[in-house]
Design a protein around this ligand. Structure first.
Ligand code: ZN
Length: 456
């Protein structure tokens, strides 16, 4: 009875908030339903045939969730996901109520993929009773001076203790994530086994301490930051052997090729549309969860090769009290799509960075084939930057953006500083760079401690 009432009230709230156009009704229906029936989340998720997969970790949750959604869809599963921004339990309840029958006996969908912040894991796990939990990585950020990340790991560990029947998919190459296997008997690992890969340079000061005994870890291979093949010289804590691996990698600006080996002992050569070692980890995490659900290597390949999750497509980086959204642009279609995706009713602030290095394409005339006109009436701060800043400025002028507001600063570091200076606190600067400009900007942000490095 409670369940029926919770669903009915939830559906009613959803109907009214949609009718009143109050944000599409993401939080309120879930809130009301949970007040009426505290166990509503577990009741609704128990209807999903393949259960719920939770994805957590510091970075890569959204991309991993997107890749896994594409893989499972290619295996003909109907996937229920939570919209980003509503990743608290009431958002999940709202999502499920929308797909539930009024009696709550049926929920449309085969499997749920839910992105959960590390901090809410302890609350969410007992409520959802997931079949699989995927942990991507645990990075310190610039605010982590007091070992907050270790506390976060412990918090996730306690959540894993609750989930006794849950399979936990862990990144073997991240010592803090691998350590989480102490909290749960059903751990499956994934990791990179490409012996050509070892870029320890520049990370000497970032040696992690052993979670067990506090001794500095030794690295046999270091891929980036604290990710790699490590062992504690004192207590024997070391990288576990992963069942799911990527064993051959080639990275080019426009695509990444990997050879995947799954825990079901199948192999596939896969072309990813997204560059960077970081995204290989996301793909590997997604593949490992899919493999556990008996999805074949061929289906994984198909799902990943057709996945539209893209590097630099809406990567959000916080810089003090302001935000940067990075959107890689490399061709007219991509440029047009990026412009479309950032234009809204609000005026926006933009930094466009055009380079003409080899990896960008040395001919920049493609910017004339992109539709940047939607920016004309919607912009406040406009900065053209990069080696070909002037070409970009001319393009913007022809898109009828007033030349008075277009600022030209070819130096990327300075352009970024100007952009951030000119926008108010809490606001966003949309940054649309070509490939090498993106790399330069990201390196800058990594050095300043605002972004996590990608391996190049
Ligand atoms: Zn140790």
């Amino acid at each position: 009875m409670r369940k029926f009432l919770a669903i009915a009230i939830g559906k009613l709230a959803m109907f009214f908030s949609r009718a009143l156009k109050r944000g599409g009704g993401t939080a309120l229906p879930g809130l009301l339903a949970q007040i009426i029936d505290r166990k509503i989340l577990a009741k609704l998720t128990s209807n999903l045939k393949n259960g719920v997969i939770i994805i957590t970790g510091t970075n890569g949750k959204t991309t991993t969730a997107k890749m896994l959604t594409d893989i499972l869809s290619s295996a003909k599963m109907d996937v229920v996901t939570n919209q980003s921004g509503s990743n608290l339990s009431r958002g999940l309840v709202s999502t499920l109520i929308a797909r539930s029958s009024l009696t709550g006996r049926r929920t449309k969908g085969d499997v749920g993929i839910f992105e959960i912040d590390e901090a809410t894991m302890l609350e969410a796990v007992p409520k959802v009773d997931p079949k699989i939990i995927v942990v991507t990585n645990l990075f310190r950020d610039q605010l982590d001076r007091y070992g907050e990340i270790d506390k976060t790991a412990t918090l996730i560990g306690h959540a894993l203790e609750y989930a006794k029947g849950t399979t936990v998919v862990l990144n073997a190459d991240d010592p803090l994530v691998a350590f989480l296997s102490k909290f749960n008997k059903n751990a499956v690992f994934y990791g990179i086994e490409d012996s050509n890969l070892n870029d320890a340079s520049g990370f000497d000061n970032d040696n992690r301490e052993c979670v067990e005994c506090g001794t500095k870890l030794d690295y046999k291979a270091r891929y980036f930051s604290h990710i790699g093949k490590y062992a504690c010289p004192k207590c024997g804590f070391k990288r576990p052997n992963p069942e799911n691996t990527v064993y051959k990698i080639t990275i080019k600006p426009e695509e990444t090729n990997i050879s995947l080996h799954t825990s079901k002992k199948e192999n596939a050569d896969i072309r990813l549309n997204v560059p960077g070692l970081y995204n290989i980890y996301n793909a590997l995490a997604a593949s490992s969860a899919a493999s556990f659900l008996n999805v074949t290597a061929d289906q994984i390949k198909y799902g990943l090769e057709n996945s539209s999750a893209a590097f630099g497509r809406m990567e959000k980086i916080q810089v003090k009290d302001k935000y940067l959204y990075l959107l890689l642009v490399k061709n007219p279609t991509g440029f047009t799509e990026s412009v479309k995706s950032i234009v809204s009713d609000k005026t926006i602030n933009i930094l466009l960075a055009l380079n003409d290095n080899f990896a960008d394409g040395t001919d920049v005339s493609w910017i004339w084939d992109a539709e940047v006109e939607p920016l004309a009436t919607k912009t406040n701060v406009v900065i053209a930057s990069g080696i070909r800043a002037l070409d970009m400025a001319v393009r913007l002028k022809y898109a009828e953006i007033s030349p008075k507001i277009i600022q030209v600063e070819s130096n990327l570091s300075k352009a970024l500083e100007i952009g951030l200076d000119q926008i108010p606190a809490g606001e966003t600067l949309f940054v649309l760079p070509t490939y090498t400009a993106m790399m330069e900007l990201r390196n800058l942000l990594v050095k300043q401690g605002y972004a996590t490095p990608f391996w190049e």
